[in-house]
Design a binder for this molecule. Structure first.
Ligand code: FES
Length: 189
């Protein structure tokens, strides 16, 4: 009856074979464990992917205290650029004097901002034509004919309320769900 001992007590080559067999079994067992680990790991990877998705869906909080009047910043939320702009009184006046009914996508500045905080314009930095990132958030960038944002891809002009005024984009820059948690802390999402 064959056993490991008998294999070891055989010829030298038999011993080597026996060792090799045991090593192979050991290695095979490890490999199997590895496969098992991989099989176990897959759902974990899936969960990690889900977590990443969940994270991507999560809200962000932005302290806007350092954004001076007339400045804008670009941040990221749900893998998309977001513009936060501190409008000047002149920009607010420009946005407010437009007859809303004449707009392609009729919305007032008040519709797109929070009561008492009409100077804070929060929009996605994604052109509603084909998704380019418009210019105008960074210092010195072209803001277009209406002083807001300009999409260089096909020439869409957005005004100081982020509303489409000229060019092929069909809609205003999207205002995401947002809220002020304090005077200067904005939660997006
Ligand atoms: S993607 Fe902005 S104008 Fe076409």
């Amino acid at each position: 009856m064959a056993s490991d001992n008998q294999v070891v007590m055989d010829t030298e080559s038999g011993v080597e074979d026996g060792v090799r067999r045991r090593d192979f079994i050991h290695i095979a067992a490890l490999s199997f464990t590895g496969v098992g680990a991989a099989a176990v790991a897959l759902p974990l990877v899936g969960q990690m992917g889900a977590s990443a998705d969940v994270l991507a869906q999560a809200s962000i909080e932005v302290d806007v205290a350092s954004i001076e009047t007339g400045q804008a910043i670009k941040t990221m939320w749900r893998k998309q650029p977001v513009f936060i702009r501190n409008l000047t009184p002149a920009e607010i006046a420009d946005a407010s004097k437009v007859a809303v009914g004449t707009l392609r996508d009729p919305q007032s500045l008040a519709d797109r901002t929070k009561p008492g905080k009409e100077n804070w314009l929060v929009t996605l930095g994604v052109c509603t034509h084909l998704g380019c990132v418009p210019l105008g958030a960074a210092s010195g960038e072209v803001k277009g004919e209406f002083g807001g944002y300009f999409c260089p891809c096909h020439g869409s002009h957005y005004d100081t309320a982020g509303r489409i005024r000229k060019g092929p984009a069909p809609l205003n820059l999207v205002v995401p769900e947002f809220a002020f948690l304090s005077d200067t802390l904005v939660k997006i999402g």
